[in-house]
Design a protein around this ligand. Structure first.
Ligand SMILES: [Zn+2]
Length: 365
């Protein structure tokens, strides 16, 4: 048991794209008064035992006792400052945005991921209902809340009530976000993950297709040309059988038209640009950029394919990868009563959130 084991399980889940993409997800290990947690913006796939941020658990718990301003910008700024001050002395790195939440979960290990299958449930109309049916009071369902301090506060209160009523605390579903699993051994973490994945898989009527090809209707270079102005952009395209269905017209595109989770906002922009005709792409791109004050990170062209955009090929491919995760989520939601996006006010909060801007800049996305 220790930080080496933490690195091992973090790498294992991080390298499996069914569980987490890009800089998403995080893990922690509590050892006496110290908690080791993944730094913000780094990837779970290749983190080493020495890369975790050491946090003082006592000082983290003090944050939960403190009173913060009602105003969300002032509150998050102050909570962030307190979070940075809760690092063990000499610790230079910035801890994960979900560190406070890790601290208040009582078990030794916490593994938090964003699996497409699980998010099929958490981003669905009937997600809460089906979670209750499948897991009873063994799982906690947390409705969509703003991340950071408010998320930790909400879950802390909900968990206390849930446990007082005899509920289990090891499986936590976060609506429009992902899954937290906590346990005192890694074997137990794996067992709980298997249980969740197995139970949800049994409810899936139609699985998403795997993989994609590069669209042949328009080339990636032509798309990049059409959307590049003062800033030169690269494009990374994708098409598969599921996308063909979604790209028939604007109404079939509806399940992909807004954000499912914070990761999708960070890496793909809060909504893709849907375009009826390849020819109109330049004008549509300019119109979107003027309306939304930021350029789109995904363009979807009717009958052709989707294109991730970015200032480098890598950033464009990352946008594509995370959007394809959204496509898989959309397919899974069909088995849970249909898709349910993040509410607009929660989307706006993330778009304005300083912490996410930091994560997005570290990731290069
Ligand atoms: Zn997360």
């Amino acid at each position: 048991m220790g930080v080496k084991d933490l690195a091992e399980i973090t790498n294992r889940y991080g390298q499996d794209k069914e569980f987490v993409l890009a800089g998403g997800g995080n893990t922690s290990f509590k050892d006496g008064s110290v908690m080791y947690v993944k730094p913000s913006g780094t990837s779970m796939a290749d983190i080493g035992p020495d890369d975790f941020v050491r946090m003082d658990l006592g000082r983290l718990k003090d944050i939960m006792e403190r009173r913060y301003p009602q105003d969300s910008a002032a509150r998050e700024a102050q909570a962030l400052e307190d979070l940075m001050n809760a690092r063990v002395q000499g610790e230079p790195r910035r801890p994960s945005v979900e560190t406070l939440l890790h601290a208040l979960l009582p078990h030794t290990y916490v593994v938090h991921t964003h699996p497409a299958l699980v998010n099929g449930l958490t981003c669905s109309e009937k997600g809460a209902e089906i979670a209750e049916e499948l897991f009873g009071n063994q799982a906690l369902w947390v409705p969509v809340v703003n991340p950071g301090y408010v998320l930790a506060r909400t879950i802390s209160d909900m968990l206390q009530q849930h446990q007082a009523a005899g509920g289990g605390n090891q499986i936590i579903f976060l609506q429009n976000h992902g899954l937290f699993i906590q346990a005192d051994t890694l074997a137990e973490i794996d067992g709980l993950y298997d249980k969740v994945i197995f139970s949800l898989s049994g409810r899936i009527g139609r699985f998403p297709v795997q993989g994609f090809t590069v669209p042949d209707g328009i080339s990636e270079e032509a798309v990049a040309d059409m959307v590049s102005g003062d800033t030169e952009l690269m494009a990374a395209g994708a098409l598969n059988a599921d996308l063909e269905d979604y790209l028939q017209d604007s109404s079939s595109f509806a399940p992909l038209s807004l954000s499912f989770t914070p990761d999708h906002i960070v890496y793909c922009g809060f909504k893709p640009l849907y375009c009826d005709r390849a020819k109109g792409l330049s004008a549509a791109f300019r119109e979107y950029t003027a309306d939304c004050k930021v350029p789109p990170k995904i363009v979807a062209v009717k009958g052709v394919g989707i294109f991730g955009l970015g200032i480098s090929k890598k950033a464009a491919e990352l946008a594509r990868e995370v959007f394809l995760d959204g496509v898989r989520i959309a397919v899974y939601t069909e088995s849970f009563g249909g898709h349910k996006f993040m509410p607009q006010d929660k989307i706006d909060f993330i778009r304005n959130w300083e912490v996410e801007q930091y994560r997005s800049s570290v990731s290069g996305g």
